[in-house]
Design a protein around this ligand. Structure first.
Ligand code: PEP
Ligand code: MN
Length: 342
C-alpha cells in the first residue's frame, strides 16, 4: 500500500503514519520526494483496510498495489483451481454444463427434465427449492419435498445436484441433499451466509450480485475461502444497466477479467443474464469463446407452464441444440465438453 502525504505534512504527521503502519505489523518505507513524502506499507497489507490510513492527519491518498483479496487472487495461486465433482471436473480443460429448471415444481417435471438434459449432455442438475422471488405472493419453492425429488433425479441420472441456499438456517438441510451449494445474486453480500458456507466443505457456486463489481464478487468469495472452503466456482449472471431490452446485461468482459484476476473457475448463466430463451444459446457461445469454464442453463420440460423463469427457459430440444453449438465453439478455443456416458 502507498500512503501519499500532503506537501505540507509535518514531520510529526509522517511519524504518526509510520507508527500506525508498524502497529499493523507492516513495515514502513519512506520515499522522500522534492514536494511530498510517500510512505510504502509493506507486508500482509490485504489484512488492513485503506481507511486506517485515509483518516490520518496529513494523508492525501492511499493506493493499494496488491489485491485486497488474497486467497482468490492469481498472485497467491498462479495456476487454475480445478475441482473434481461427481463424474467431471470444473476449472480445467473441460467445459462443465449445469442445466435444469429454475424451480423444482413436481416429481414428474424434475425427472423428465433431468433425463432429457442428461441425454443431451448435461453434467450436473440444477433446480431451486428455496426461491428468492421478487413477490412474496408467487411460488416460493417446494422446500424439502423438492430436495427429495432432486435426490431421486441424482439416483436416476448420476448427475450431481446444484441448488440455492438462501439463509444460514437452511444450510444444515441443504447439505444433506445437494452436491453444490448455490449462493444467489441477491445473497452475494449476505456475509453471515458466506461465512456459514465457508465453514462447510461443500463446493459452492457463487453468483455475482446484480449491482456488484468484480472486486466485490471476489471479496465475497474471500469470505468463503478464508473459512477454509476452497471449492468456489464464480458465476457471472448479468448485471443491471440502463438497458431494458433484456432482463440483465451479460457482462462478457467479466469472464476474461475474472480469469486474469483469480484462479477460481468462472462460469456464465446466460438464462438470467439475458432473460429470454432465444438469446441464451448465442450468449452461451460467446462465453465459451471468452474463456468461461462452464455454463448454467435453465431448462424446463414445458417452459410455457413453468412456475418461475419460463420466459428464459430452454426446452430439452433447445438445450440439446445449445450443447451441439457450444461443443463446436469449445473445440475452436481448444477446450472440450465432458464426455457423458449414459
Ligand atoms: C436462479 O438461479 O434461479 C436464480 C434465482 O439466480 P440469480 O440468483 O442469479 O438471480
Ligand atoms: Mn431462475
Amino acid at each position: 500500500m502507498l500512503i501519499i502525504m500532503h506537501p505540507e505534512a509535518s514531520q510529526q504527521q509522517i511519524d504518526n503514519v509510520i507508527n500506525v503502519i508498524e502497529r499493523q505489523n507492516l513495515s514502513a518505507h519512506i520515499i522522500q520526494g522534492v514536494e511530498q513524502t510517500v510512505i510504502g506499507a509493506v507486508g500482509d497489507s490485504h489484512l488492513v483496510g485503506k481507511e486506517v490510513f485515509e483518516v490520518l492527519p496529513g494523508v492525501v491518498g492511499v493506493t493499494r498495489i496488491s489485491q485486497p483479496y488474497k486467497l482468490a487472487s492469481r498472485q497467491f495461486h498462479p495456476s487454475n483451481s480445478v475441482f473434481p465433482l461427481d463424474g467431471f471436473s470444473v476449472g480445467g480443460q473441460e467445459i462443465a454444463l449445469i442445466a435444469g429448471p429454475c424451480s423444482v415444481e413436481s416429481r414428474s417435471q424434475l425427472l423428465e427434465t433431468a433425463q432429457a438434459i442428461r441425454e443431451a449432455g448435461a453434467n450436473a442438475l440444477r433446480g431451486g427449492v428455496f426461491k428468492p422471488r421478487t413477490s412474496p405472493y408467487v411460488f416460493q419453492g417446494l422446500g424439502e419435498e423438492g430436495l427429495e425429488y432432486l435426490a431421486e433425479a441424482r439416483e436416476l441420472t448420476g448427475m450431481p445436484i446444484v441448488a440455492e441456499v438462501m439463509s444460514v438456517a437452511q444450510v444444515e438441510l441443504m447439505i444433506k441433499y445437494v452436491d453444490v451449494l448455490q449462493i444467489g445474486a441477491r445473497n452475494m453480500q449476505n456475509y453471515s451466509l458466506l461465512r456459514a458456507i465457508g465453514d462447510t466443505r461443500m463446493p459452492v457456486l457463487l453468483k455475482r450480485g446484480m449491482a456488484a463489481t468484480i472486486e466485490e464478487l471476489l471479496m465475497a468469495s474471500e469470505y468463503i475461502l478464508s473459512g477454509g472452503n476452497s471449492r468456489v466456482i464464480l458465476c457471472e449472471r448479468g448485471i443491471r444497466t440502463f438497458e431494458t431490452a433484456t432482463r440483465n446485461t451479460t457482462d462478457i468482459n467479466a469472464i476474461p477479467v475474472l480469469k486474469s484476476l483469480t484462479h477460481l473457475p468462472v462460469i456464465l448463466d446466460p438464462s438470467h443474464s439475458t432473460g429470454q430463451s432465444e438469446f441464451v444459446t448465442p450468449v452461451a457461445k460467446a462465453a465459451i469463446a471468452a474463456g468461461a469454464d462452464g455454463l448454467i442453463i435453465e431448462v424446463h420440460n414445458d417452459p410455457s407452464k413453468a412456475l418461475s423463469d419460463g420466459r428464459q427457459s430452454l426446452t430439452p430440444e433447445g438445450f440439446a441444440s445449445l450443447v451441439k453449438q457450444v461443443k463446436k465453439v469449445a473445440e475452436a478455443v481448444e477446450r472440450r465438453l465432458v464426455s457423458v456416458h449414459n
